[in-house]
Design a protein around this ligand. Structure first.
Ligand SMILES: C[S@@+](CC[C@H](N)C(=O)[O-])C[C@H]1O[C@@H](n2cnc3c(N)ncnc32)[C@H](O)[C@@H]1O
Length: 232
């Protein structure tokens, strides 16, 4: 197994992300509510849930997690485990759930863990791979094939920009069958410079998906894409 970059100050997680998530609790409240609705609608036939990149689970609702008998969490950030326990431990222990933690790189760890009786949730990590690794396009391209036999779901950054690029009127969740691209942004009146997070091909074409507006900070806006996939 390749040595992985364990870091308290990673570009997509670590202490800076915990600080930001804590400070922005109120700003992120709408997103947490929308994610909770989406996650509660997801009913995979599995007793074990693998969380990929959960960090401390700032955006994950107890109600959803407590549905499973076992959770396996994989994260690069060494501070994620104790903080996840602080945020969710009491509620999860009360539900009798067993939590296993893997401190590592999911690209190395996940293939050896997968089995048909588990579901996998990528927790806002796949749109961040570009800032973590140079081979992110290869990794994202190989994922749907690797996950063929399991229930999986992901919420991830699709596009981001300065807040001023998004008209107030379109900052609402919506569902559609086709993926968001630059022409979708234009048709919604979204202007200016947008960062494409490279996640446009993750979900199958013509597949139901939900787009969630997220004010990451008072200045930064993200469109998150959320979708669920059943075994082929
Ligand atoms: C934006 S944070 C996710 C936030 C999380 N959903 C929450 O509710 O707080 C992305 C997380 O993915 C983790 N991560 C990034 N690349 C990873 C990889 N290759 N393997 C495992 N974890 C990874 C980071 O350490 C970080 O904790």
């Amino acid at each position: 197994m390749r040595p992985f970059k364990s870091t308290l100050f990673g570009p997509s997680g670590g202490l800076l992300w915990h600080w930001r998530a804590l400070r922005a609790r109120r700003l992120h409240a709408d997103l947490r509510e929308q994610l909770e609705q989406w996650l509660l609608d997801w009913q995979p036939a599995a007793n074990t849930l693998v969380l990929v990149g959960p960090s401390a689970g700032w955006t994950l609702p107890h109600r959803f997690l407590a549905r499973f008998e076992t959770i396996v969490a994989i994260d690069l950030d060494p501070s994620a485990r104790p903080l996840f326990w602080l945020a969710h431990g009491k509620a999860l222990a009360a539900s009798g759930l067993t939590l296993h933690w893997v401190h590592g790189d999911f690209v190395e760890v996940l293939p050896g863990l997968l089995s048909a009786d588990m579901a996998v949730l990528f927790c806002n990590v796949l749109g961040q791979l570009g800032v973590e690794r140079s081979d992110y396009q290869q990794v994202l391209g190989a994922l749907p094939h690797m996950l063929r036999g399991v229930h999986w779901a992901s919420y991830h950054d699709r596009y981001s920009a300065a807040v001023g690029c998004v008209p107030d009127a379109v900052r609402k969740p919506f569902e559609c069958m086709s993926g968001m691209d630059s022409s979708t942004l234009l048709s919604m009146g979204c202007k200016g410079e947008w960062t494409d997070h490279g996640t446009g091909e993750l979900l199958p074409p013509r597949w139901p998906r939900r787009y969630l507006p997220w004010l990451l900070t008072a200045r930064k806006f993200h469109w998150l894409e959320a979708g669920t996939v059943s075994p082929a």
